[in-house]
Design a protein around this ligand. Structure first.
Ligand code: GAP
Length: 454
């Protein structure tokens, strides 16, 4: 992606209600509730035709930024299921828990740490005022079993955080890729948590996807690299949103630090849900490699080839959510603009053109003029090989523009009568709603320059 920032052409809008986004996502094929015909499963979603394009673009851009264009980083893709000892070593079996209380009257369940201070102290339900139970501890890890014979099956877990594979493969990467410290290993992959209170659409799910960088450093350089990646990741998010003022850092208080972190900052984004975590920057120090050395019996220390110094590398982690990025980008992009006639509303997704699921739509002005349709099909076929392209000949041109606006298509190409005379088309810009005329031969380069990162 070019490092020039995307300039929003629209003015600020109030926060988008979640219901509007949920409705658009289902109606236009971004996100569907999982197993809907059976009543659904709370906290699990499927992605439709447009959703999968958007997710792939988001993932690819992260990979391009974090692996492809970084001299010191490489990528892996680890398995979802690992040896069960991994989760003992990581501390998740012991520490990855929520403390829950139940209302004895209305039977609602709450996370103890989410209760208002007053209700926690008085043990009073925040909804009906009923008496709350003593807190009980629930582990968030999802269990599964390996093997088919009942008495030989081994209990293990679907990974609760994707990054554990990186520590497990650290030594293999080091040896097979000839990396030297400082270096990073990146991964995008699924994680699973038995969240007790899943909700707010994609925000808190039970099956979700994370992107991680684990950057291995000499302890004396920890602060330098922690600061470096913290800033890098903040700027990365800033570069793909319209509302830059809705992004901030929040440092974790000592009592909310995860069991593996000595220091942590969240990159937060403000939506209708308030300020919420988007990505965590964690000072994991030597926790992971020390624990895996201890539990596995394998020495995971590093020997500096120049100085001969032997030490356990410290780790800077940047860990964000693909789904949370998907959600935040849509919340950031969604806008309803009043049309000049004062009554119609144009719903538009001001997604960054390089992330938009469909890059261009090709529209013949009329569907019953053979020459227009033939030319439009030829242009469509040519562009389709280069980028995700839609062909649409149903309804008035105005309606077709609106359909594309609603899914965030940055460009619409119209084939009209003039096209037949001089081989030019109109290219309409989603945000400015302006049009230019361009020769068909110039189209591919014009669009590619604007919709691919480089
Ligand atoms: N390895 C560190 C780790 O997992 P985390 O803060 O628990 O840290 C990192 O998770 C990111 O994963 C979060 O910032 C968020 O974007 C995403 N995430 C965490 N739990 C999630 C959930 N239940 N649903 C969707 N995304 C989630």
């Amino acid at each position: 992606m070019t490092q020039t920032e995307y300039q929003p052409v629209t003015k600020d809008t109030p926060f988008v209600p979640m219901e509007k986004l949920v409705s658009l996502c289902k109606r236009r094929g971004f996100v569907y509730p999982n197993s809907e015909i059976y009543g659904g499963v709370s906290g699990i979603y499927d992605f439709g035709p447009l959703g999968v394009e958007l997710r792939n673009n988001i993932r690819r851009y992260w990979w391009w930024s974090m692996v492809q264009t970084q001299d010191n980083n490489v990528g892996i893709e680890g398995a979802i299921i690992t040896h069960p000892r991994v989760w003992e070593a990581s501390g998740h079996v012991e520490n990855f828990v929520d403390r829950l209380v139940d209302c004895k009257n209305c039977k609602r369940r709450f996370r103890q740490d989410h209760l208002p201070e007053e209700n926690r102290v008085q043990k009073k339900c925040p909804v009906c005022g009923g008496e709350l139970s003593e807190p009980r501890t629930f582990n968030l890890m999802m269990e599964t079993y390996i093997g088919v014979l009942e008495d030989e099956r081994m209990k293990t877990y679907l990974r609760g955080e994707a990054c554990q594979n990186i520590y497990l493969d650290y030594d293999n990467v080091l040896k097979s890729s000839r990396m030297t410290i400082p270096f990073g290993i990146c991964q995008i992959g699924k994680a699973f948590r038995n969240e007790v209170t899943p909700g707010n659409f994609l925000f808190r799910q039970r099956e979700f996807e994370q992107w991680d960088l684990q950057f291995f450093v000499h302890p004396s350089e920890m602060q330098k690299w922690f600061d470096y990646w913290k800033e890098f990741r903040f700027e990365w998010y800033k570069g793909i949103i319209n509302h830059k003022d809705r992004l901030r850092f929040r440092e974790h208080d000592k009592d909310e630090l995860a069991h593996y972190a000595k220091q942590a900052f969240d990159i937060e984004y403000q939506t209708v849900l308030g300020w919420q975590e988007w990505e965590g920057i964690h000072w994991r120090q030597d926790w992971d490699l020390s624990r895996h050395s201890q539990f596995s019996g394998q020495d995971l220390s590093y020997t500096d080839t120049v100085t001969g110094e032997k030490y356990i590398p410290w780790i800077v982690e940047t860990s964000g959510g693909v789904d949370r990025t998907f959600l935040n980008l849509l919340l950031d992009a969604y806008e309803e603009e009043l049309e000049p006639n004062g009554k119609d509303v144009r719903t538009v997704l001001h997604l960054h053109p390089m992330l938009a699921p469909v890059k261009v739509a090709v529209l013949p002005l009329l569907r019953n003029r053979e020459e227009l349709v033939n030319t439009a099909r030829t242009v469509y076929k040519r562009l389709q090989r280069l980028m995700v392209t839609q062909y649409d000949d149903v309804g008035s041109i105005g309606r077709r523009y609106r359909r594309q606006d609603e899914i965030g298509t940055p460009y619409c190409v119209t084939i009209d009568h003039q096209t037949l005379e001089d081989q030019t088309v109109t290219v309409r810009d989603r945000d400015a709603m302006t049009q230019i005329r361009l020769a068909i031969n110039e189209l591919p380069a014009y669009l590619q320059e604007r919709v691919t990162w480089h």
